[in-house]
Design a protein around this ligand. Structure first.
Ligand SMILES: [Ca+2]
Ligand SMILES: [Ca+2]
Ligand SMILES: [Ca+2]
Length: 423
């Protein structure tokens, strides 16, 4: 090559001396740029969501005394704008490298090599940065779930059994961060098919004891990862899971306005004796009873006789007695009978006034709360004493059905406008 270069210089010089036109065209062989195409580079900085890219290429020139010039440009997202990236270029003839941190997408470098002898070569080095992974989710383990839970229907006041769901949210300690959101999740019992759409599991009697679960996380780039967890399923005490479980008696205790009453002592007598104190849901349950057994349920609450009692109640009872504004329901009328005589008279007003004044401290003949079988239909709602209304529920020959409708309407004696506090 040295010889050819010398000859070129000699020919140019000679042409000048002879007065011949000098043709300053490229001398020597064309420039070559060679490289091995890069595979897709995976994000390795999940904070900045970039991949470290190193692109090697080799330059070949046939111009030993020329000033070799190598320029590099970045065509980010292949959008056509060429950004000079001098700092990203390293190496020396003939081996060079381009490097940098780049976001996910299709990009390319452009390398322009000028050998100083008039040979220029522009070469495109395409590359891709990809999101190849999603972080492993962190699972919470060891929770306890009852397979079936008893709830109260708000409209009917009836208790009913519902099957429990578990959600991936019950087991995911914290949301997975990813460079390609959104991250979604699924959950399945270990060994069962993984369905990315399944974000919860309806528990059934098969989920008894320790159940191992897989929680999967998916990023927007189609990657997934998973963690294992487990929960303890409890099927005991649920009818669907225990076909021969003894029947139960259950019910709800609410005011006429549908407010559950707390602290009612519900007494079960008959073939079993048991008490149940209602909580804020006003519900009670007696379990493990005998099929075909005979039982009676009677609620009782005799606290705070002045709860909900005010001079307004005196006025309303007076208006009822005078026929100006009759009390609107059989329950309101029972509430107005403060002396337990079975009708509403001025004696009930006198009794209530004595209590408001503190002369009397209790109703005496009647309890401060009374409870009527919710299924009872008054034959004459204007006269609830037309026949003895049921203040307990009797069950003869308890069937093996899951529930017995043992609901009661609660009445606060003396409170005829329903402002007594039920809980
Ligand atoms: Ca990802
Ligand atoms: Ca009375
Ligand atoms: Ca009242």
């Amino acid at each position: 090559m040295t010889t050819r270069r010398t000859i070129n210089l000699f020919l140019v010089t000679l042409a000048g001396l002879l007065g011949l036109p000098v043709c300053l065209t490229a001398q020597g062989e064309p420039v070559t740029v060679t490289f091995d195409p890069l595979f897709a580079q995976c994000i390795d900085d999940t904070i900045n969501c970039t991949a470290a890219v190193t692109y090697d290429f080799q330059v070949g020139v046939d111009c030993p005394f020329g000033q070799l010039q190598v320029d590099a440009f970045l065509n980010i997202f292949n959008d056509g704008s060429l950004i000079p990236i001098t700092n990203a270029l390293s190496g020396s003839y003939p081996a060079f490298s381009l490097s940098g941190e780049y976001p996910p997408g299709q990009h390319s470098f452009e390398v322009m090599v000028d050998d100083g002898c008039g040979n220029v070569q522009t070469t495109v080095l395409p590359f891709e940065v990809a999101d190849c992974a999603v972080s492993t989710p962190l699972c919470v383990a060891g929770q306890v779930f009852e397979i079936v839970q008893v709830e109260i229907d708000e409209e009917t006041g009836l208790p009913y059994e519902v099957q429990s769901y578990i959600s991936y949210e019950d087991f995911l300690a914290q949301a997975v961060q990813d460079c390609t959101p959104p991250v979604s999740y699924s959950i399945n019992v270990e060994g069962e098919a993984v369905d990315p759409e399944q974000d919860s599991i309806l528990l059934d009697c098969e989920h008894d004891g320790t159940i191992v679960l897989e929680l999967h996380a998916y990023d927007g780039a189609g990657n997934s990862s998973s963690c294992l967890t487990y929960f303890l399923g409890i099927t005991q005490g649920s009818y669907p899971c225990e076909g021969n479980v003894p029947p139960l008696i259950a019910g709800a205790i609410q005011t006429e306005d549908g407010e559950p009453v707390t602290d009612v002592m519900v007494a079960l007598t008959g073939d079993a004796a048991e008490d149940y104190l209602t909580q804020s849901d006003g519900a009670y349950v007696f379990n493990n009873l005998s099929q075909n057994g005979n039982y009676m349920v009677r609620p009782a609450l005799n606290d705070a006789p002045l709860n909900g009692v005010s001079t307004l109640d005196l006025i309303l009872i007076s208006q009822h007695i005078l026929g100006l504004q009759p009390l609107g329901s059989p329950y309101r009328r029972i509430a107005a009978d403060t002396n337990g005589s079975g009708h509403i008279t001025t004696l009930d007003i006198i009794k209530l006034r004595k209590m408001i004044l503190g002369v009397d401290t209790g109703f005496g003949n009647v309890s401060s709360w009374r409870f009527v079988d919710a299924s009872y239909l008054f034959p004459d709602p204007a006269n609830p004493w037309a026949e003895a209304f049921p203040e307990s529920i009797s069950i003869q020959g308890l069937p093996v059905s899951s529930m017995v409708d043992g609901n009661f309407i609660a009445i606060k004696t003396g409170d005829v406008n329903g402002d007594a506090v039920a809980d």
